[in-house]
Ligand binder design. Structure first.
Ligand SMILES: [Zn+2]
Length: 90
């Protein structure tokens, strides 16, 4: 089992917190956070400044490309990949 090492998680942490991490790396990072309370705490501290990660953690990771396909289908313009709260679109 080759997961993400804590050291690497610290590198990815900021991007993860910002929601700009590519899906594959984000999946690795989230998998690591799932079994490493220390890193989870680290990232949670980062996300206190950023936002979005807490909503992301409990979710299953969609297949690579899924998110961008959905975004492309829903939005005429490229949307930023960060999740901020829930916005009602009508
Ligand atoms: Zn760790």
């Amino acid at each position: 089992m080759s997961g993400v090492a804590c050291e690497r998680l610290r590198e990815l942490g900021a991007e993860l917190a910002l929601g700009v991490l590519p899906a594959r790396e984000r999946a690795e990072a989230v998998a690591h956070l799932d079994r490493c309370p220390e890193c989870r705490e680290y990232v949670e501290q980062l996300t206190a400044a950023g936002d979005g990660l807490l909503g992301l953690l409990p979710e299953a990771e969609p297949p690579v490309g899924f998110e961008s396909r959905v975004v492309a289908a829903l939005a005429p313009a490229p949307a930023p990949r960060r999740r901020r709260g829930r916005r009602r679109l009508r």
